[in-house]
Ligand binder design. Sequence first.
Ligand SMILES: [Zn+2]
Length: 264
Amino acid sequence: MKYIFLFTIFCTIFAGFIYAEWQEEGLKGKFYDGRFMVFSFDYESAEEIGLKVRDVYNKVIEDIGYWGAFKNKYQILIWKNKEEFLKFLKKQNINISFESSAIALYNWKSMPTILGYYSQNFLTKFLPHEFTHLILSEALQIEGEKIPLWINEGLACFEEGGSIESLHKFLSKFIKQNNYIKLKELIYIKEYPTDTTKLQLFYAQSQSLVGFLINKRHKKDTFFSFLRWYVVKEYNFLQSYLYAYGEYVNLEEIEKQWIEYVCK
Ligand SMILES: [Zn+2]
């Protein structure tokens, strides 16, 4: 009991120190529930983001079928507008593309962190996307950079919760023209495609493939078991699929099943 009490005091002091640092950066609102530390431009937005982060967290672990206990604390720093956000990034020597509204840093100042600014789609799109990258890395206990790109981006896009119908309408067009990225290429992509259409296809197909695998699970942890074989133990796609889903098939067969899922 005494230790729990001391630990609580330590956490409060710890959050207080960090708060003082971010207050100087214009982030005056704080929400902290022992795990999620949100620092934002005012209290209302900090609370709104803190509550959203909890929802996203619960949904992601439900979707991936994770059973274990999480230990990480997360830090989320949100500026009021793009100008202030970019100014801060420059000061910290962090480079991102100009269009980005938020960024996930797996280990920044010893903590998984999201930096961003409050925009129209921040709560519904950018926050779930970036936060999913951090949760997946923690659930698999592996550095984010080691997670295959299609899994990492596919799950993050899946958690944005956009319409599957319009995603599949978009993909059907490319599938019918035989102009999509074949599975045997998609799962080995290590760099973001530079061609705009291919980049769009990469994100859309990765999201859809992750959706297909989550949808196909027969037990709560089937997809998570696949992730452990494939990402952590580094078995190939087909072996991991066999161990998790119990199907001995080749990539062409999985691709055929995925196409039926998209075009049904
Ligand atoms: Zn992403």
